[in-house]
Design a protein around this ligand. Structure first.
Ligand SMILES: Nc1ncnc2c1ncn2[C@@H]1O[C@H](COP(=O)(O)OP(=O)(O)OP(=O)(O)O)[C@@H](O)[C@H]1O
Ligand SMILES: [Mg+2]
Length: 488
């Protein structure tokens, strides 16, 4: 026998011995698992693990629910993450539901194994729990049993680095995303200087929002880009915020768009009523009290407070003390710029108005609001979205007539939606809508002025020049005009 064959022979022998040790270990573990009582089982099991662990090519990481008195973030994240990895071939699961959620949550049950894969590695997860006696058994009265829980994560030794450097951080990141998506959104409203929250249950989504497709796409892309730009805002040293000015007649969907934005981004809404806030100092407290990932909304900015006149008053009266702390437009915008650049991340501010022309030009200056969105009357595209939402149809013999009328007549999406909701019978609803549009036409509302579907009214979105670039007089010229629906 040459030396190579000898080496192979001895390696085989070693492997056979190792395999039989492993087999014995498995057999022994099965006996332990099946026949020993629970308390004894865990003690004996841990002995086996110590004895045979050295022969194993696997590593096990123990992730305890608590470390001392503090909860373990990694345990919490693993538990959240594993809920999304439950597979149909698992035999035992836990099911739960709490008031906050609409659906049932499935999770791993004690002892059940879950297999996950990541970057070519296989991970075996097991949840283990054990009753622990606390406070001793003095007289039996004061002892209490509490449950300790931990995950055991087992993987091949060669994936140790991948696990620590990538897999566990991946779990922390994923859990954060899952929680954000699961969280109930809040709508905060201010009473004087305090925010009080209620659940935000507005069902609006971009899908059901009646708006011309290009404009919708532009807004969606802008939002998606904004949330990805943490590093960019850090680099340029600016507050991570974005401003939208929504303008258009009542019932064109300004508030609906705000709700759709919040639902899309999973941001809370802070609906600021400026009439409740008289002083800059109070406003500052409110703005500081906002959480990250939120939308600050100031509706009807043109009439909520006479901001412009107050600015002028202050200038005229010099340093008049009584006006010093009163809210002004410049105060509002400066606070937002200043405070949010030092505290807070991912903030969106939305102003709405029915009358853009009444606004202080300071607010319309480039750099103040990043996007000006013209919420127009209902055109054929918006009508199609509404009818598909309310009656789940995308064709009907009456569409042609309605679309023709919508090109002539000013009807808001709210008016159209109201007609569509009047009957479950689509024929009846569409007939009602035709009557409404005929009525409007006969009343002489033929000429559409302010609407996104008018080729002459090209301004739909004004996207200001990218933040962070040198601001100069040139900025005024380089505003980018994005033309919305011109397909009618
Ligand atoms: N663009 C739209 N897409 C879908 N539904 C809309 C749209 N516009 C209006 N609606 C419907 O009309 C109702 C009123 O619209 P909304 O409150 O969003 O209008 P608004 O522009 O905020 O009006 P206001 O200027 O009076 O505040 C909404 O609840 C929604 O049902
Ligand atoms: Mg509104």
């Amino acid at each position: 026998m040459d030396s190579q064959s000898k080496a192979i022979e001895s390696a085989k022998k070693y492997l056979t011995t190792a395999a039989s040790i492993a087999a014995s270990a498995m057999l022994a573990r099965t006996i332990v698992d099946e026949y020993l009582p629970y308390e004894l089982r865990t003690i004996v099991s841990s002995g086996f693990d110590k004895l045979f662990g050295r022969f194993s090519s696997e590593h096990t990481i123990v992730i305890q629910e608590t470390e001392g008195l503090t909860s373990n973030e990694l345990y919490d994240a693993s538990s959240t993450y594993l809920r999304t990895r439950i597979s149909s071939n698992m035999r035992r699961l836990r099911a739960s539901k709490n008031e906050e959620k609409n659906s049932i949550t499935l999770s791993l049950d004690d002892g059940e194994e879950l297999v996950d894969a990541f970057q070519g590695a296989e991970y075996k997860w097991r949840l283990i729990s054990q009753q622990e006696n606390q406070g001793g058994n003095r007289g039996g009265d004061f002892s209490s049993n509490s449950e300790v829980r931990w995950f055991e994560l087992t993987f091949h030794k060669k994936y140790k680095d991948v696990t620590l450097d990538s897999y566990l951080p991946h779990i922390l990141e994923k859990a954060k995303e899952i929680k954000a998506a699961d969280r109930r959104l809040k709508l905060y409203m201010n009473e004087y200087e305090c925010w009080s929250p209620i659940d935000l249950q507005h069902p609006a989504t971009f899908e059901t929002l009646a708006m011309e497709a290009d404009l919708k796409k532009t807004i969606l892309e802008d939002l998606a880009r904004f949330v990805k730009r943490k590093e960019y805002y850090k680099k340029i040293g600016k507050a991570w915020k974005r401003g939208y000015l929504l303008f258009g007649p009542p019932g064109t969907g300004k508030s609906t768009l705000i709700a759709a934005m919040a639902n899309y981004l999973r941001f809370d809404i802070y609906d600021l009523d400026l009439k409740e806030v008289r002083m800059n100092s109070a406003l500052k407290r409110l703005l500081v009290g906002m959480t990250n990932k939120s939308l600050l909304v100031i509706e009807d900015i043109d009439c909520s407070v006479d901001l412009k006149n107050r600015d002028e008053d202050m200038e005229n009266e010099g340093n008049n003390k009584s006006h010093d702390d009163e809210i002004s437009l410049s105060g509002l915008l400066n606070f937002i710029d200043g405070l949010w650049s030092t505290s807070g991340e991912e903030r969106i501010i939305v102003f709405t108005t029915n009358y853009k022309e009444k606004l202080d030009p300071a607010l319309l200056r480039p750099g103040r609001m990043d996007m000006h969105v013209n919420m127009g009357y209902c055109g054929p595209n918006s009508f199609r979205i509404l009818v598909s939402t309310y009656h789940a149809i995308d064709e009907h013999p009456k569409f042609e007539e309605i679309e023709g009328l919508l090109k002539e007549v000013e009807a808001t999406p709210a008016e159209v939606a109201e007609q569509l909701m009047r009957s479950d019978d689509v024929d009846v609803a569409l007939e009602g809508l035709i009557q409404l549009l005929h009525g409007k036409r006969d009343e002489g509302q033929g000429n559409k002025g302010n609407r996104e579907y008018d080729k002459d009214e090209k301004l739909v979105v004004v996207e200001n020049k990218e933040e962070g670039l040198e601001s100069s007089a040139e900025d005024l010229e380089t505003e980018k005009l994005i033309v919305g629906a011109v397909n009618c």
